[in-house]
Design a protein. Structure first.
Length: 210
């Protein structure tokens, strides 16, 4: 089963939100993410968070529609988005798409990106999407379809990675890339498909539109 997690960071394009929701079995909204869903005429299956940023009118709609709420205190040891991830891990979901996870607060943004590691460690597929980026965290192979004006960046999150790239402008064969290196930034797929294979370590893969 596939779930869409709508977090409370920057709002994404309403049409992108609707398109993503079409392929999902379940929609979870995190606080302000409820506003984004309702503005797109989408009704979340559940709302998770401390409700400190949800619009009052949205909260009235939630109560009227009797949407389930999993409420937590404002002062807690995890972010609302991580609590939402924990909920989905404990359900029968195998593929999680996270949106509105990128925002002006870089601490929350980075924390949200690293929640992909938590999904992977629990054997769930995960990705973060906004209008300009798709983000994965991988330790094996990723097949990427070529799209116009898209750059592919591989950033190690372990001490180093050993990576092979095929179908790219700059191919690599079992290349070691250290954690602090920018060697993997801004590559391009030359054909229809690009392949990223991590032989050792873990990396974030960014598909970015310029």
């Amino acid at each position: 089963m596939r779930a869409l997690l709508v977090s409370g960071g920057n709002i994404i394009d309403i049409n992108l939100l609707k398109d993503l929701a079409k392929d999902m079995d379940f929609i979870l909204a995190v606080d302000r993410g409820t506003d984004y869903c309702l503005n797109a005429s989408l009704v979340p299956d559940i709302i998770v968070g401390d409700l400190d940023s949800i619009d009052k009118n949205s909260l009235k709609t939630v109560k009227k529609k009797e949407i389930p709420i999993l409420k937590f205190p404002v002062e807690k040891d995890k972010t609302d988005t991580e609590l939402a991830i924990d909920y989905l891990i404990n359900q029968d979901f195998k593929d999680i798409t996270i949106i509105s996870a990128i925002g002006s607060r870089m601490d929350h943004t980075l924390g949200n990106i690293f929640l992909l590691k938590k999904l992977k460690d629990n054997k769930l597929k995960g990705r973060i999407i906004d209008e300009d980026n798709v983000i994965y965290l991988i330790d094996q192979e990723l097949k990427i379809e070529n799209k116009t004006n898209t750059y592919v960046s591989i950033i190690p999150i372990t001490k180093y990675i050993v990576v092979t790239l095929e179908g790219f402008k700059y191919n690599l064969s079992k290349m070691k890339i250290d954690f602090s290196s920018t060697l993997g930034i801004s590559n391009e797929i030359k054909g229809d498909i690009g392949y990223v294979k991590i032989h050792k370590g873990e990396a974030l893969v960014f598909l970015s539109i310029d």
